[in-house]
Design a protein around this ligand. Structure first.
Ligand code: ADP
Ligand code: MG
Length: 227
């Protein structure tokens, strides 16, 4: 369970409010999309959830733990529960698909045996077994994003956070990425995604939070995109 309790975040002396008095919950295994114009506060909300930033007011809970009270030394353990996917993929350019994913496992203290076994499994889940030794520059945008998703899931997180994951993709690659996120959600992982894409929301038919000027202005149980 994720619970934002009256959370606000402002920057530089309080004259720029990024999010304001946000309260909502996400249950385990939900797939939640967050929509809203640029600057609405979507990325800020996700940054607070991965404890990359601190709220100015209010509390963010994960399973009744106030995540901003987790001691610095224990933060990596918390963050391992969350896999992240970004619009610009963030793959390491001089590493192959295999090495990019293996790197995330090494950082997590996993053994060579686990890496040899789990990297191909993760790539199979995103339908990219045949690109295992390709470098990012040898992959299409959609393929790069699928490698990034494989990297995000390989350590079996509870939650996947995807910030505009289809923002740089054409419609076909967008469709494929959404299908993969759905599949990961069906396998039991909570997914929280931001998007500008009405087609994606319609295709998903899942819960949609709409943000405007730092506030949640709608919370629809099934797929309404109103901007
Ligand atoms: P979205 O992801 O919906 O486009 P953001 O969460 O990135 O919106 O930004 C929300 C608001 O907070 C914007 O007005 C943005 O300029 C401001 N903001 C975000 N990050 C920072 C920062 N590090 N410093 C100052 N202002 C920021
Ligand atoms: Mg953003």
């Amino acid at each position: 369970m994720i619970y934002f309790d009256k959370v606000s975040k402002w920057y530089s002396g309080g004259n720029s409010v990024a999010i304001e008095d946000i309260t909502f919950q996400v249950a385990p295994h939900e797939f939640v999309s967050i929509v809203g114009h640029s600057g609405a506060g979507k990325s800020t909300l996700l940054k607070l959830l991965i404890a990359e930033d601190k709220p100015s007011e209010g509390t963010v809970f994960y399973e009744s733990i106030d995540i901003h009270k987790i001691p610095r030394g224990k933060l990596p353990k918390y963050r391992r529960k969350i896999g992240t996917v970004f619009q610009d993929f963030k793959l390491l350019p001089h590493k192959t698909a295999f090495e990019n994913i293996a790197f995330a496992m090494e950082a997590n203290g996993r053994t060579d045996e686990e890496i040899t076994e789990n990297v191909p499994q993760a790539l199979a889940l995103v339908d990219l077994e045949d690109k295992i030794f390709n470098f990012p520059h040898e992959l299409s945008g959609g393929e790069k994003q699928r490698v990034a998703i494989a990297r995000a899931i390989v350590n079996q997180p509870d939650i996947i956070i995807a910030d505009e994951p289809t923002g740089n993709l054409d419609p076909i690659a967008t469709y494929e990425v959404v299908q993969i996120l759905k599949k990961i959600n069906d396998l039991g992982t909570t997914v929280i995604m931001t998007t500008h894409n009405k087609g994606v929301i319609d295709e998903l038919g899942r819960r949609v939070l709409t943000m405007d000027s730092g506030k949640i202005v709608r919370d629809d149980a099934s797929g309404k995109y109103v901007l």
